[in-house]
Design a protein around this ligand. Sequence first.
Ligand code: FMN
Length: 394
Amino acid sequence: MGILRNKWIVSIDDYRRASRKHLPRMISDYLEGGALDEITMRANEEHFDALMLRQRSMVDVTGMDTSTTVLGRSLAMPLMVAPMGMLTIFHPGSDPAVARAAVRAGSIFIHSAWAGCSLEEVAKVAPNNLWAQVAFWKDPEETASYIKRARAVGVDTLVVAGDVGSSSKRERDLHHGLSMPPRPPVADYFNAATRPGWLWRWLTGRKMTYGNYAVNGRPLRMDEMNSWMASNKNPAATWDDFAKLRSEWSGNLVIKGIMDAEDAARAVDEGADGIFISNHGGRQFDAQPATIDVLPSIVEAVGGRAEIYLDGGVRRGHDIVKAVALGARAVLAGRPFAYALATGGEPAVDRAFGILREELKGAMGFVGKASVAELDKTVFANQSHSPVLNGVLL
Ligand SMILES: Cc1cc2nc3c(=O)[nH]c(=O)nc-3n(C[C@H](O)[C@H](O)[C@H](O)COP(=O)(O)O)c2cc1C
């Protein structure tokens, strides 16, 4: 149904706007917003936009091949789903819906450590397209038991949450009283009443939980999460924890939240197989560069010893071209899939993948490259004035 109502949607930004019509303001602000003044969040998109590509003419691009591999696994295109907690708040289909769409799109779904659904539930629908995010909780037993569960469902790649030791302030959320559970001001109740579809799903759909963690054998309720987080959040996690995990986990290990070349080099020295450049979509720390800005220096520091992924601000197929051309193995998107999920559930997530795939093909054609392997710095227009890449392309 949702997909029929949203026939006019042709871009990720259309999904962003449409999701506002489906979600109460307090929820769409939670989804769209970022930390403090949202400077980093905006920079993620704007600095992609500031990079211009070089159109080539009369190049044979028949048989366009958007496929690639990540850590030896095939992807239909260099795009994966970034881990997102609490997808249930946007649509009750949540994690399994997005994971199924990722399977159909030949992609990978990263299950968040803060997910509303359990890892086991998602593993049932995406057994071969699933990576699991792991956090270093204060109680190492919590982390260890989660890794055991990941192993049990056949996950071969863990994604360490490397940017969650400190707390962020998302002011949009604070204005809405959005804590766990939400305690919104009266105005927000009225606003929620103008979104009957969401309200109906909220009241009748699956109950919102932190499905990854259990008390007395049942998933944590939202109202229990605050105290659970207070006792388990761990600002003391360091590279020692990473090294210990490396010695215990024989599968692939990726670290998310790397924004610095020295940290990237350290991660590789400690045995990381993948460096996941991310500023959490500008949702954590607001005084730092866009992810695309730090990509060149991280590529240089890593020197081909690990794969590099990047998220933050990917909204168009040509953003994928830009990141891959600068050395990323693949990119990830968060909000784009959540906008689609909130707007039209699972079919809309399929469509979001489709939109990005078509845009990617178009962009590859215009830059005259018929395969992902051919994407390199020659795709960029001469931009000696670029404020973004600090001369890296010159
Ligand atoms: C609603 C929402 C929830 C998120 N939850 C998590 C999470 O649980 N763990 C995590 O590492 N990142 C989380 N992120 C950040 C994403 O993994 C990703 O870094 C970010 O969304 C990328 O930016 P983009 O939204 O511009 O694509 C979340 C992002 C959003 C929008």
